[in-house]
Ligand binder design. Structure first.
Ligand code: SF4
Length: 446
């Protein structure tokens, strides 16, 4: 069968086909705070975002979404908007009449699978009527019971779930669709997307793909993890739009996403100057124009090869330029640190806890970035443990996937601590929550 490669349209932005890889991000403001959200959207547009997503937790946010759109258009900001919807199909229907694209996770529209399918069908009708694009956005941590009952909580289950909803789009003759299958575990995420691409090719309809590593964390490790997962797929030819999820000001995600778009759009090349191979170990020499570029380059140059087990280790030599333009040598300590971070991002060796942290959004009810830093500072000595720091009690517990421990903001300066999927301490004051978490982990380790 000849493959039909589909192009989706979110307003003026084309996604898929021969279009360049689209850079997108998401607001972390409260949607009811119209001033803040509009200001953040403008900063995102100025930084190069080509699509901007805004959370819409329920129908009560629909007037705010409309006002945000109108103020942006009045200010000359034409960047297409994407409404991010969980659980409520009624909210998805309303948002589809307002913005250029709606992201849904159809599996969590309704607990009854048949009802969720009916709601999805109605949603597609409205999107067709309004010319609205759809993202079928599944996450590893929030697959429906129906699909995990059949395939477990696996990459195969993620790809099968996506195919079921895409099949409904094909049957409805609705093709303005983008699909995503995010996970914070790079191996799970890469395998899921590869399986999905194969299934779409076999079906003869290849929908555009939104790629990202969800809950990647922040700083160097968040950038390395994101680049490893996303670059592996982009170098396989999978991926039409990227979002880099960092637990930071979302404006800071955009240069990383832009780097990936430019690099895999062949507008930018690595600063890698030479590689020496000894068996399955590599020594790589760089002349990087900045520390950030060094990190992005090496993650893309070696992430896929480590993830796919073509290499077992890599060390680094050469220089990067500091802010004043002076060369800084990559010494043994930096090489070891970068190698450790890269191997951990590729899930080849764990030298510190594995952190999962959501980027935060309009549902976040506390200072997520500060809490994440506090958790990292107090737990960095631990090993063989996966710790999640999540911004809301609505989606956080479901989204933290395979974490051993969860620190989940409830709002009102309270936190629930999870062990696996079970809440073990509720309503802990924020000021005590990190202590309680560390005590629990250390007691368990003893
Ligand atoms: S888990 Fe984080 S990113 Fe996801 S909805 Fe909650 S606050 Fe937003």
């Amino acid at each position: 069968m000849t493959n039909k490669r589909i192009t989706a349209h979110a307003g003026s932005v084309r996604i898929g086909g021969d279009a360049p890889i689209v850079v997108q991000t998401m607001c972390n403001t409260h949607t009811y705070d119209i001033e803040e959200t509009v200001a953040q959207c403008i900063r995102m547009r100025d930084a190069g975002a080509e699509l901007i997503r805004i959370t819409v937790p329920g129908l009560q946010e629909i007037p705010h979404l409309t006002e945000i759109r109108d103020r942006l258009r009045a200010a000359g900001v034409g960047t297409p908007l994407v409404a991010d919807i969980h659980f409520s199909s009624e909210t998805a229907l309303a948002a589809a009449r307002i913005v250029e694209k709606v992201r849904i996770n159809p599996g969590n529209f309704h607990k009854d699978h048949q009802k969720a399918r009916e709601q999805f069908g109605r949603f597609l009708d409205v999107c067709r009527e309004c010319g609205t694009a759809v993202r079928v956005g599944l996450n590893h941590g929030s697959l429906g019971e129906y699909i995990t009952g059949l395939y477990g909580n696996t990459p195969l289950a993620m790809a099968k779930a996506a195919m079921e909803w895409l099949e409904m789009c094909i049957e409805a003759d609705f093709f303005n669709v983008v699909v995503s299958l995010k996970a914070s575990n790079t191996l799970v995420m890469v395998e899921a997307y590869r399986l999905l691409e194969k299934m779409m090719e076999e079906r003869g309809f290849v929908f555009p793909v939104h790629v990202g590593v969800t809950e990647a964390g922040n700083g160097d490790s968040g950038r390395i993890k994101s680049c490893v997962g996303i670059s592996t797929l982009l170098s396989d030819g999978i991926g039409d739009t990227v979002r880099v999820s960092l637990t930071e000001d979302p404006v800071r995600e955009i240069p990383v996403a832009r780097y990936l778009s430019d690099r895999y759009g062949h507008k930018l090349f690595s600063s890698l100057s030479s590689v020496t191979l000894e068996g399955r170990s590599a020594v790589a020499t760089y002349a990087a124009p900045s520390r950030e570029r060094l990190i992005l380059d090496l993650s893309c140059d070696f992430g896929k090869r480590l993830l796919d087990r073509e290499l077992d280790s890599v060390s680094f030599r050469g220089t990067y330029l500091d802010d004043a333009g002076s060369p800084v040598p990559i010494d043994n300590a930096l090489s070891e640190y970068l190698s450790d971070e890269l191997l951990q991002a590729c899930r080849r060796r764990f030298y510190r806890p594995e952190y999962i942290a959501c980027p935060g959004c309009g549902r976040t009810m506390y200072n997520l970035q500060e809490a994440f830093e506090a958790v990292k500072a107090r737990t960095s000595h631990l090993k063989d443990v996966v710790i999640a720091v999540m911004g809301c009690i609505v989606n956080g517990p479901g989204e933290m996937a395979d974490a051993d421990w969860g620190y989940v903001g409830e709002g009102n300066r309270r936190v629930t601590i999870y062990k696996g999927k079970e809440p073990v301490l509720r309503h802990v004051p924020e000021t005590e929550a990190v202590d309680r978490l560390v005590e629990l982990i250390e007691a368990e380790n003893r």
